[in-house]
Every structure is written in structure tokens, then in C-alpha cells.
Design a protein around this ligand. Structure first.
Ligand SMILES: [Zn+2]
Length: 135
């Protein structure tokens, strides 16, 4: 998974948003590795989020990694927001990992955490964006 993590970090550095340097990468089921970065400064929310930009490159069974890179280079919270989760889940991703507050790469529990949240927050963009990066 080191390759995917370093690719996600490199993608995060290409983010057009200086505040949210988010990068996402994935190993597709067919073995290809793809990446995307946050572009919310030129593409409006939610389509500019790295995960949604990545979603169109994925296939069923992809494993996704999302990282946020601070200005000092440390990793920060990059848990996908509800809109991005819905996009990733609709593609049929197998697993999602993200960098947490401690800079560790952790696995998102799709069954316990995501599915109950998606309908609850789907109608509230404000809540969804707040849950995205734990401001
Ligand atoms: Zn998002």
C-alpha cells in the first residue's frame, strides 16, 4: 500500500486549494493505480473534491486512500465527506483508507459507519462538508 499512499501524498501537493491539500489514490481491481487531487478552488463543491474526481476512474473492487497534507508536510484528517462516500460507494469500492488526526492511515468501516450516515446527512451539505475534514 506504500505506493498508493505516496501517490496520494503527491496528488495532495497538486491541490489547487491551499487550505485543503487533499489527494486520493486507488488500486483498481484490474491492478491499475490512479490518483486525483482536490480542485475546489476552480471546481465547485462537491465535484471538486479529490474523491469524487477519483471516483470516475475507479472500477468495482477498487481500494481507495485519501490523505490531507498540512503545510508542514504532516498528514491530517481526510475522512471523506458524505457526498464523496456516496460517489465512492456507488462505484463499488471495496475499501477506503484515510489519514486521521494523528497522521495515521486508518480504514473506514463501511458497514458500521458509512451506510447509516449517508441518508442522514444527504440533505445537508453544511453537515456533510463539516464531517469531511473535521474543521
Ligand atoms: Zn468530499
Amino acid at each position: 500500500m506504500d505506493t498508493e499512499i505516496s501517490l496520494a501524498i503527491r496528488a495532495a501537493h497538486r491541490s489547487s486549494s491551499n487550505r485543503f491539500r487533499i489527494g486520493a489514490s486507488a488500486r483498481r481491481k484490474d491492478g491499475a493505480i490512479v490518483a486525483a487531487h482536490n480542485a475546489t478552488d476552480r471546481i465547485p463543491y462537491p465535484r471538486g473534491h479529490a474523491e469524487i474526481r477519483l471516483a470516475r476512474k475507479l472500477d468495482v473492487g477498487s481500494v481507495v486512500i485519501v490523505v490531507r497534507v498540512r503545510r508542514d508536510g504532516r498528514l491530517a484528517m481526510a475522512k471523506p465527506c458524505q457526498n464523496c462516500l456516496r460517489s465512492l460507494l456507488s462505484v463499488g469500492v471495496a475499501e477506503i483508507y484515510y489519514s486521521n488526526h494523528d497522521g495515521e492511515i486508518v480504514k473506514l468501516s463501511l458497514r458500521e459507519e458509512c451506510y447509516p450516515c449517508v441518508p442522514r446527512y444527504a440533505s445537508s451539505q453544511r453537515q456533510a462538508s463539516r464531517s469531511a475534514y473535521c474543521l
